[in-house]
Design a binder for this molecule. Structure first.
Ligand SMILES: [Zn+2]
Length: 467
């Protein structure tokens, strides 16, 4: 379909939806409608039409949604600042003790927004995937389909489809979630998070570290929250005798779908008594175990508070499996969208933000020979999501088991060489174990304080011997 037609189609759709109140719901309804229309008469022409409508609707929806999301997050952050200011001035706390700028607050909202956008883009991909899966199912039957056969597929589909359409996604536990509901919940959670984060950051700015979790009178209280009711926490974890906010969150404070939202927080509480003493229950302990398992996917409020003084602190993955899965997940999105490799890498940098791409895994220690050749000040070797993604896109013949061999290669390379490329300071570690040849290219940063994997690939025996 020519680009002009696409533009025209998009414009009409946009006009069509503009008057609606609940945007996400309306978009999802339109996407499902387009799918059902195609299902009634699944000729190639109708399938193409559906694809076009579907993709245009998804991109329009995301455009609207991100704008809306951004405004809501900024408004919530401002509410957090206002509430902190109100409390601080009431208590006569007026002296700023930490140098926290407007950029810090904006950076916090932006970081949150970036990770939300990435999450939502990933989720939105499911609409396409669902639709394409059903199309594939339809197409495995001859296009002059036998009526009975088609009817059967169609009724099987409709039984469970009519209710939810194609606008759902499955989580890691294979549970289905409605995308409208997901967006609704995510918006609420993220707004609360943005509000709290700026509230606590404001407190730090004025040198206030203690906060009382007041909790409105709700009966019965949730099990996870009960131990924190009227208790006092340390925002930074720097006040002795008080549980840190970060630990409290690990134990379930501010958990999703809490009945205590919105909760009440009191800065610089007086009458502290024994309120720093918190008795955790079984639910709290279980929640902590659970949160620890998924920690790598979450950036908690406090980590960002702790990052205030060093904004260039990128996320470190603790498990290679999670690191690889994340990189691969992002790479697959790019591969689907872009056929050519050089385009793909540029596209990834446009689609994913700096914090996502610069997250890394600590692979281990380089042998002395490699460190000397690199002229680096450290033997630590990191692998960033950015380079993993690039490598997955450029070397599709590798799988996770190949990548796991990197651990052996840095422990015991068959040989180590400086790159022969002109002006290159890269160093290459090789492996020839069981006649399977690999080359691992590593580099050091300009300040020589960090080493990164640049690329990793298989090679033939001849090429190996040539180095
Ligand atoms: Zn709760």
């Amino acid at each position: 379909m020519p680009d002009n037609d696409k533009k025209k189609n998009k414009k009409e759709l946009k006009k069509d939806i503009q008057d609606n109140t609940d945007l996400t719901d309306e978009y999802m309804e339109k996407i499902n409608e387009s799918f059902y229309n195609m299902l009634k008469n699944p000729t190639n022409k109708e399938i193409e039409k559906h694809r076009l409508e579907r993709d245009a609707l998804i991109s329009l929806w995301l455009g609207f949604l991100f704008e809306d999301f951004k405004n809501q997050l900024y408004a919530s952050a401002q509410m957090g600042i206002n509430e902190a200011d109100r409390q601080l001035s009431k208590k006569g706390i007026t002296k700023k003790v930490n140098d926290i700028t407007k950029e810090t607050y904006e950076g916090q909202v932006q970081a949150r927004l970036n990770s939300d956008i990435e999450d939502i883009i990933l989720t939105s991909q499911n609409i396409k995937i669902n639709s394409e899966n059903f199309i594939k199912e339809l197409k495995t039957n001859p296009i002059n389909y036998e009526f009975d056969k088609y009817k059967k597929i169609s009724s099987e589909l409709s039984a469970d489809l009519i209710k939810r359409g194609i606008t759902y996604y499955k989580d890691r536990a294979n549970r289905q979630w409605n995308i409208s509901k997901y967006i609704e919940m995510k918006t609420l959670t993220e707004k609360m998070g943005a509000q709290r984060l700026s509230f606590f950051t404001r407190a730090i700015q004025y040198g206030v570290d203690l906060v009382r979790i007041v909790h409105l009178n709700i009966n019965p209280t949730c099990e996870l929250c009960a131990p924190f009711e009227d208790k006092i926490l340390s925002i930074t974890g720097n006040t002795k005798g008080y549980l840190s906010l970060q630990d409290a969150q690990m134990y379930g404070l501010f958990h999703p779908r809490c009945d205590h939202v919105p909760e009440q927080l009191e800065l610089a509480p007086t009458d502290k008594g024994n309120d720093g003493k918190i008795e955790l229950n079984e639910a709290n302990k279980k929640r902590k175990e659970y949160n620890e398992k998924r920690k790598e996917y979450d950036i908690t409020t406090d980590k960002r508070i702790n990052n205030i003084s060093s904004p260039k602190n990128y996320k470190e993955y603790k498990k290679f499996g999670s690191f690889y899965n994340r990189g691969n997940e992002l790479a697959q999105i790019i591969i689907k969208e872009k056929e050519r490799n050089d385009d793909a890498v540029k596209y990834a940098r446009k689609l994913f933000d700096e914090n996502t791409l610069r997250a890394y895994y600590n692979i281990g220690e380089l042998p002395e020979e490699a460190v000397n050749l690199l002229n680096s000040e450290t033997n630590e070797l990191k692998f960033s999501i950015d380079n993993l993604l690039k490598n997955i896109i450029n070397h599709k013949d590798l799988d996770v088991n190949d990548y796991k061999k990197i651990f052996e290669i840095i422990k015991n390379p068959s040989k180590t060489r400086k790159s022969k490329k002109q002006n290159s300071k890269d160093v290459i570690l090789f492996s020839n174990k069981n006649k399977q040849y690999y080359m691992l290219v590593v580099k050091t940063t300009a300040n020589k304080k960090e080493n990164f994997i640049k690329s990793f690939r298989k090679m033939g025996e001849e090429e190996y011997n040539g180095y």
